[in-house]
Design a protein around this ligand. Structure first.
Ligand code: TYR
Length: 466
């Protein structure tokens, strides 16, 4: 935001907390704003695992509000967390993923009109390997119960049948980050809530201040469930082509008149309306985004009136054009069947394509960016498939019925075996490990720790309430 507009502390507080799902510690934030002696400091962390998808637009847009309210924001690229979480990012790929995240997030920030010169990117390992941080980690480990660590990570760390110790360390390191990044509040999705309350409980036990926590709602996937990196049909990647985007939106769950579980409406509400509003506000406040970023282009139709946030363009005989200035009216029209799913889908895919055009242009014109992407996600680089007969891995031979009758069933089983084999190859190639709990790859499968007799009795200590 322009420095020309001076906000009161109450206005700043409203801007910082608008559209959020939950705020813990608002008094702490108000206190610093009212004192007005120094800027508020905050961070948002992301672990560079799978490729970021358009669901990230929600926190990134919110960060724009923080900056306008004068908050100093750090973006943590949590490389160590990326492999602590069940090796989601294999150690040898993680530095490339850090680079990829930095580049794509910067491009997206520009596309939505957020000036990145006021953001500070910090890589987790730049301070998480220091003596002081490690000693604090050990101190924390000597205070946190296993129960609390497990519970804190339950919605963030991948839950598997044979959990690794690294997943238990994850919440503790995230709590320490608040101290080491020197912030007043941490911002993240509501999925981080248990880690946030864990940090509120445990940081003071190490003698550190309890921080405030701000949470955004999660964006539902296009199929009505949570938007997830592992289900490519339910998410839109920042680098998906306009054609792919139109197809994904076209296939999304969007039954006529149904608001509940409607992925397209949810996307419009949580992503498009806020970004559109941000653009309008920037223009009004005399701080339009830089022309070269493409972020000054409205997501609405060129003929849309001032204040419009999303335009439905359709022939007169189907009701003519409508320009919505708020989400509630769009939802109402949809619920009352005055807005057809096909028209909504068209408007949403046009808006996403407009929004992402500068990101994709940057990708297409930057050889460095392309190189980084291929290094970070090597299995996605085009590989020439050698033409050879599909052999079935003996490990999966049990999926093939004994009789080679050529029935549909046996073909299905053979396909399943080939599929299983492919999955294994993908895992071996360093792709995000879909089932890292299968510890056979690290030679742990025969280690039956439970067989070892233990002299340690059950702790009588009550687990702290997280
Ligand atoms: N837990 C965050 C990543 C993160 C890691 C460390 C932090 O300090 C903050 C955030 C996620 O789910 O992506």
């Amino acid at each position: 935001m322009s420095e020309q507009v001076k906000l009161t502390s109450a206005e700043k507080f409203d801007l910082i907390t608008r559209d959020l799902d939950e705020v813990l510690g608002s008094d702490l934030i108000k206190g610093i704003l009212e004192k007005d002696e120094r800027p508020l400091r905050a961070y948002w962390g992301t672990a560079p695992t799978g490729r970021p998808h358009v669901g990230y637009l929600v926190p990134l847009t919110k960060i724009a509000d923080f900056l306008r309210a004068g908050v100093e924001v750090k973006i943590l690229l949590a490389d160590i967390h990326a492999f602590l979480d069940n090796l989601k990012a294999p150690i040898e790929l993680v530095r490339h993923r850090v680079q990829y995240y930095r580049m794509i997030l910067t491009a997206v920030f520009h596309a939505i009109g957020v000036p990145t010169d006021r953001l500070e990117f910090v890589v987790g390992s730049s301070y998480q390997l220091t003596e002081a941080y490690n000693m604090d980690n050990y101190r924390l480990c000597a205070s946190v119960t296993e129960h609390d660590a497990k519970k804190a990570g339950a919605e963030v760390v991948k839950q598997v049948s044979s959990p690794l110790l690294s997943g238990l360390l994850y919440p503790g390191l995230q709590a320490l980050d608040e101290q080491y990044l020197g912030v007043d509040f941490q911002f993240g999705g509501v999925d981080q809530r248990k880690i946030f309350t864990f940090a509120e409980l445990y940081l003071p036990r190490l003698g550190y201040a309890k921080r405030a926590h701000l949470m955004n709602a999660m964006v539902p996937g296009l199929k009505g469930s949570k938007m997830s990196s592992s289900d490519s049909g339910s998410k839109v990647d920042f680098l998906d082509s306009p054609k792919d985007i139109t197809k994904k939106i076209g296939d999304a769950v969007c039954a006529e008149g149904e608001v509940e579980g409607n992925g397209v409406l949810a996307f419009a509400r949580s992503v498009l309306f806020p970004i559109s509003r941000l653009r309008n506000e920037s223009a009004e406040m005399g701080a339009p985004p830089r022309e070269e970023d493409g972020a000054s282009r409205p997501l609405t139709h060129p003929e849309a009136p001032k204040g419009a946030l999303l335009s439905i363009i359709r022939p007169e005989k189907y009701g003519g054009n409508v320009h919505y200035t708020d989400y509630a009216s769009l939802e109402k029209d949809f619920a009352e069947k005055r807005l057809h799913p096909a028209d909504l889908k068209k408007a949403v895919s046009t808006a996403i394509n407009t929004l992402l055009e500068p990101v994709q242009k940057f990708y297409q014109t930057s050889e460095e960016f392309q190189k980084v992407k291929n290094e970070a996600y090597p299995e996605e680089a085009p590989v020439k498939k050698p033409k050879k007969e599909k052999k079935v891995n003996p490990r999966f031979a049990h999926l093939i019925p004994k009789s080679k009758g050529g029935t549909a069933e046996s073909e299905e089983a053979a396909a399943a075996a080939v599929e299983a084999e492919k999955t294994e190859q993908v895992e071996a190639s360093g792709k995000e490990n879909p089932n890292p709990a299968d510890n056979s790859k690290v030679g742990l499968e025969n280690l039956k720790i439970d067989d070892v007799e233990t002299t340690v009795g059950k702790s009588k200590d009550e687990d702290a309430q997280v």
